[in-house]
Design a protein around this ligand. Structure first.
Ligand SMILES: Cc1cc2nc3c(=O)[nH]c(=O)nc-3n(C[C@H](O)[C@H](O)[C@H](O)COP(=O)(O)OP(=O)(O)OC[C@H]3O[C@@H](n4cnc5c(N)ncnc54)[C@H](O)[C@@H]3O)c2cc1C
Length: 420
């Protein structure tokens, strides 16, 4: 039976493993963490948001970013220290401004497909992930930003999304707990939210039931052509001097989040993923009063770049900020505080005395579209670089990459040895 190795057990790796297992492959997933979904797929914003499909490649984003560089509490922060990785990524990001329109429309289409695929997986496998299908509400505080958003809405609608403008009164009717003053908003009834970690862990269990093997605590160090396909060299995580073990597979799929660039370079491909850091807080809603005061509908505040998701009765997730600071994962108090302050402003009766802070690195490509499909060498595939929308898009991209693999390797066939 054709054996496929998947590197990474985040949302992209686990959905890929599931799509491959369904097609009858023998699948092994390797991850350096002890459990699935412990890195970026741990505590994100929770939104399954076709409505957030607009790519960031716009001149106005670049100008806004430059203005924000001076403010420590700004939604976007850039460490000015130059690195080749950051500079080459920024240059490519600017070049992609020319493709803003088609990339936005393409992202919406992908997101709509993904939603159906993800819901189907959850239903087939009985996964509880605090899914809430109450829609996503964008709000704007002034006329200028609302009018700008009207243009974006036209693009989202072109991609097939049903999304409409709402008045301040309608905003309050959709989500009565909101306490601010708003000029207007846009509502997407079909968007949803859920806990990415719970989903990924649930799907990993389903994969295991279907025969997928998970090799956890396994830090992959090398991937090289070998007899019959690829040799994947790994060591027990945290034991850099330990013995190297080798796993042989007919083909390999790179789903390693921010580490994908490193593996791509090993395999002769350039996949310029940059780690764009973000933060979330999980507000524990421990009293009936706090639970009543927290929103059920998911919110996106475009100006503050903050999103919310209600996860069950007892948790409110609030996430945002984008930091260009390399692989640094430190949780900075001055970046968390704006999330807490925002929560207090919008939902004054929510208690913020039990808040859990988290940071994660979005694996982002300069054009903000994921890299999905084959690499240069036969038997090398990618499903990575989903940036700020990995949860939203993974259901579709797993199917696409599994289809690309099936086009090259029938499940029952073992491919011939490869030239280096
Ligand atoms: C603050 C924040 C909010 C977000 N909000 C949303 C949202 O609301 N909606 C949305 O759609 N998306 C959101 N995202 C984005 C989304 O969370 C990511 O796109 C997604 O989790 C990325 O998944 P992944 O599988 O590519 O990466 P990861 O989940 O990081 O998985 C990669 C895996 O590869 C493994 N790995 C790496 N290197 C090695 C190695 N050498 N050996 C073995 N294993 C290795 C890691 O251990 C990890 O488990 C948000 C992200 C952040 C940071």
């Amino acid at each position: 039976m054709t054996h496929i190795a998947v590197i990474g057990a985040g949302i992209t790796g686990v959905t890929t493993a599931y799509a491959l297992a369904q097609r009858g492959y023998r699948v092994t997933v390797l991850d350096r963490q002890r459990y699935a979904a412990m890195e970026t797929s741990f505590a994100n914003g929770g939104q399954l948001s076709a409505c957030n499909a607009e790519v960031w490649n716009k001149l106005s984003t670049v100008m806004q970013g430059l203005r924000w560089m001076m403010r420590r509490d700004a939604p976007l922060l850039m460490n000015p220290k130059p690195s080749w990785h950051k500079l080459s990524w920024m240059a490519a990001f600017v070049r992609e401004i020319a493709h803003y329109r088609e990339n936005t429309v393409e992202t919406v289409r992908l997101a709509l497909k993904a939603r159906e695929a993800l819901f189907a997986m959850a239903e087939a496998e009985g996964i509880d992930f605090d899914l809430k299908t109450r829609g996503i509400l964008h709000f704007y505080r002034d006329r200028a930003s609302f009018e700008k958003a009207t243009g974006v809405n036209a693009l989202l609608r072109e991609g097939g999304l049903e999304r409409y403008a709402v008045t301040p009164e309608e905003i309050r009717a959709i989500e009565p707990t909101l306490a601010g003053t708003y000029h207007g908003g846009f509502f997407t009834p079909s968007d949803a939210t859920g806990d990415i970690h719970k989903f990924t862990r649930g799907l990993a269990s389903a994969c295991a039931r279907r025969g997928v093997r998970f090799v956890q605590d396994a830090s992959v160090e090398t991937i090289a052509p070998g007899e019959g396909g690829y040799d994947i060299g790994w060591r027990a995580a945290g034991h850099p001097a330990g013995d190297t073990q080798v796993l042989q597979a007919d083909a390999v799929v790179i789903c390693a989040g921010c580490a994908s660039r490193h593996f791509a370079a090993m395999l002769g491909d350039r996949v310029n993923v940059y780690p764009v850091k973000g933060y979330s807080i999980t507000v524990n809603l421990l009293t009936p009063e706090a639970q009543k005061a927290a929103p059920e509908v998911s919110i996106l505040d475009e100006a503050a770049k903050i999103v919310t998701s209600r996860l069950g009765d007892e948790r409110l997730r609030v996430a945002g900020t984008a930091e260009f600071n390399g692989f640094n994962r430190d949780i900075r108090h001055d970046r968390i505080q704006p999330l807490v302050d925002w929560t207090r402003e919008q939902f004054p009766l929510v208690d913020t005395d039990r808040v859990v802070a988290w940071s994660g690195l979005r694996p982002m490509l300069p054009n903000m579209l994921p890299k999905v499909g084959r690499g240069r060498r036969p038997g090398v595939f990618y499903n990575t670089g989903h940036g700020h929308l990995g949860w939203t898009l993974s259901g579709a991209t797993a199917e696409i990459v599994a289809g690309a693999i099936a086009a090259e390797h029938a499940p029952e066939r073992t491919i011939l040895p490869l030239a280096a």
